[in-house]
Design a protein around this ligand. Structure first.
Ligand SMILES: NC(=O)c1ccc[n+]([C@@H]2O[C@H](COP(=O)([O-])OP(=O)(O)OC[C@H]3O[C@@H](n4cnc5c(N)ncnc54)[C@H](OP(=O)(O)O)[C@@H]3O)[C@@H](O)[C@H]2O)c1
Length: 308
């Protein structure tokens, strides 16, 4: 009897974990020959899997990374797995506004097209500061991508129809923005949630501003993904986090599916500004749909990154 209970319990646990880890895969066969895709932080995790998937479909893929050595290693892997030589790396540190401006200058000189911009790079909640004295999460996850996208917007418009995809997280719902303290840097998880909420407002305002100009924007929650996040944590926390990830989180390949879907599928074209997960649109909490807050964040971000 005891053995039977043990077997049933193990089976229930196994099926529950499998159910929790279920993800839809994007099965579209559309090719991207002649298109250029830029992926920030494409050297690991979801970004790297996205790069493989899009290079396999014929796109010219550029991964923009802060660590040259890691980028070179990832580049070799992406080329091998995608059987494409049309993949390259460029240097970009989103924690440094000067690096972003230099990157954009080089990109605009070198690349004649930008069909899909994937703002993927991200920091988990770490209490640190960027080179420009912004809290690390807000600075990298939101402000860095905000500046990057704005500087590349002319090329996106010239390449229309084009798309911008911002990686956000369903944890956006646990915090609200405080405009008196956008650089909030107190509880690591909350700094992360706020930056991911900012990604959602940014997507909505970008969609509104580019409406009718052939540029569309999407916010994607990739699911909970077994990526390289834990590298930022202390040893004990890392071991715990890796155990939880192994049990409950999906693979990076599965995590990349909604990004690939938003980059390719025609179904999303009329849904610019939307929030997607598991290869379909998903509802947002009412406060995250407030266009007044989205506008206010855009204006505050413009001031912070000195965009005239
Ligand atoms: N994993 C999840 O469960 C999950 C859930 C929801 C949303 N997301 C979002 O998905 C995105 C990708 O995360 P991931 O899970 O794939 O994590 P990851 O494997 O840690 O990848 C993050 C990438 O961002 C890069 N990056 C960090 N700071 C940077 C900077 N200052 N400049 C340029 N690149 C920088 C990292 O480069 P280095 O290798 O040099 O550090 C790395 O390539 C993030 O935006 C994250 O918020 C992830």
């Amino acid at each position: 009897m005891y053995l039977l209970y043990t077997i049933i319990s193990a089976l229930v646990c196994f099926l529950t974990l499998k159910w929790m880890k279920r993800r839809r895969y994007y099965m579209g066969v559309k090719r991207l020959d002649g298109k250029t895709v830029l992926i920030t932080g494409g050297n690991s995790g979801i970004g790297k899997e996205t790069a493989v998937a899009l290079a396999q479909r014929g796109a010219r893929v550029i991964i923009a990374c802060r660590d040259e050595e890691k980028a070179r290693k990832a580049l070799r892997e992406i080329k091998t797995r995608s059987h494409s030589m049309n993949v390259l790396q460029m240097d970009l540190d989103l924690a440094n506004m000067r690096s972003i401006r230099e990157f954009c200058k080089a990109f605009l000189q070198q690349e004649k097209r930008l069909d899909v911009l994937i703002n993927n790079a991200g920091m988990p909640g770490v209490l640190d500061w960027t080179d420009d004295n912004f809290s690390m999460c807000f600075g990298v996850n939101h402000l860095g991508h905000f500046l990057l996208t704005n500087l590349l917007l002319p090329r996106l418009k010239e390449s229309a129809p084009s798309r911008v995809i911002n990686l956000t997280c369903s944890s956006y719902k646990y915090q609200k923005l405080n405009f008196q303290d956008l650089n909030y840097n107190l509880f690591p998880f909350f700094t992360y949630c706020r930056s991911k909420l900012a990604n959602i407002y940014f997507t909505q305002e970008l969609a509104r501003m580019t409406e009718g100009r052939g540029v569309t924007a999407y916010a994607v929650h990739p699911g909970f993904v077994q990526s390289s996040w834990t590298g930022h944590f202390s040893v004990l926390y890392r071991i715990l986090a890796q155990l939880v990830m192994w049990m409950f989180f999906v693979s990076c390949e599965a995590g990349a599916q909604t990004v690939v879907y938003c980059a390719i599928s025609d179904e999303v074209i009329p849904l610019s500004g939307g929030y997607f997960t598991d290869c379909r649109p998903a509802p947002l909490r009412a406060f995250a749909r407030d266009s007044g807050v989205a506008r206010k964040l855009w204006e505050a971000s413009e001031r912070l990154v000195h965009l005239a």
